[in-house]
Design a protein around this ligand. Structure first.
Ligand code: CO
Ligand code: CO
Length: 362
């Protein structure tokens, strides 16, 4: 089932015209896919959607991407340029319906390069409209949730396979290669990130896999996700090699309990920060609040990190259809770290956890 791109474009157009914009120029990969279905990384060549407040939508792409930008439903006009020509003429044509001056909505990631290109056409001023798009994307439709779920299933199956494959003496890099292969076999289409952190390396949340060999007594943290049709999963599991020390056990129990408590308070109408508080309270009680050094979660969709952000000062109300991670962690420098992460969809009375593999493999 194709997403309803025309409805998304119409919603954005309505918001732009209500706030007096001449139109918007959308250039980020995630928003281009969301609004038009055009799915390609934005590289050194210009690509952008020009949506006028009057509702005219033109997608400018390099010639080599034209076939991918066009699909059956013609809700946007696709124009393309060749490398020797450059995007200038297409941009001029696309801005025709905007008038020669006015306010253009752009995203926070809008590039100076693109500003130069557009500024040469008319006297425009620019304003950030990322929040309009972020707000639209935060609440997922059923077809989007279905894709995230498929990404979760592939990741879960890969993580389960890894249990039988992980042995003492393997390097983190070798483990990362195994898990990526398995996830792809189970239906993942790309693996945007894959963290394998063993022993003391897990005390630094974003450590990339290295050449350290796993040994008995290690906790190995694996944080990995994949995409299906551009939609992401993001799951973290813990593998225990041998027996846990008393301290490792205490931290693991605290993190597991914190995650359970946080998930239990998720429901439509609850404040995002309440979820963070629920996790933090458990970890504080266990004496590790100073070692829980990041927010409890982040929204998940076309990007691995998007709205809503689950942290202590976000009073935003959760809405049915939002999808985000719940991932408390405790990091003890020089010793070890533990993080457990699942992906949840907000429902009217609670939440549906989309990921489902066992949280600890031993
Ligand atoms: Co993660
Ligand atoms: Co995450």
């Amino acid at each position: 089932m194709l997403p309803n791109y025309s409805a998304r474009l119409a919603r954005l157009q309505k918001a732009l015209s209500a706030e007096g914009y001449a139109g918007a120029v959308v250039t980020s990969s995630a928003n281009l896919q969301y609004l038009t279905g055009f799915r390609e990384g934005v590289w050194e060549r210009f690509a952008g959607l020009f949506l006028s407040a009057g509702g005219v939508a033109t997608l400018v792409v390099p010639e080599l991407s034209r076939r991918r930008a066009e699909h059956d439903e013609k809700m946007v006009d696709v124009v393309s340029y060749r490398d020797e020509q450059g995007p200038g003429t297409c941009v001029v044509r696309s801005l025709r319906g905007f008038g020669r001056k006015g306010v253009l909505g752009v995203e926070w990631s809008f590039m100076f390069r693109d500003w130069e290109l557009i500024q040469s056409v008319g006297e425009y001023s620019f304003r950030n409209v990322s929040s309009m798009l972020d707000g639209m994307r935060a609440v997922k439709g059923d077809e989007e949730v279905a894709l995230i779920k498929r990404a979760c299933v592939a990741t879960d199956r890969g993580l389960e396979d890894l249990q039988g494959l992980m042995r003492e003496g393997m390097t983190e890099v070798a483990i990362a290669r195994e898990i990526k292969d398995r996830i792809m076999e189970h239906g993942g289409e790309s693996i945007p990130f894959c963290l394998v952190q063993s022993g003391p390396n897990a005390a630094v949340p974003h450590n990339e896999p290295g050449r350290r060999k796993v040994v008995r007594g290690d906790i190995v943290v694996v944080d990995v996700g994949c995409t299906v049709d551009g939609y992401n999963s993001d799951i973290t599991r813990v593998y225990v090699l041998g027996r846990l020390s008393v301290e490792q056990e205490r931290v693991l129990e605290a993190v597991l309990d914190a995650q359970r408590q946080a998930i239990s308070v998720v429901k439509q109408g609850e404040e995002a920060r309440v979820v963070d508080k629920a996790a933090r309270t458990v970890i504080k009680k266990a004496g590790y609040d100073r070692n829980f050094i990041h927010r409890t979660g982040h929204g998940l969709g076309l990007e691995v990190h998007e709205e809503p952000y689950i942290h202590g000062s976000n009073a935003e109300l959760l809405r049915e259809g939002m999808v985000f991670t719940v991932e408390p962690g405790v990091y003890l420098e020089g010793k070890f770290g533990v993080r457990i992460e699942d992906d949840a969809r907000v429902t009217s009375g609670g939440c549906e956890v989309l990921s489902g593999s066992s949280k600890v493999f031993s």
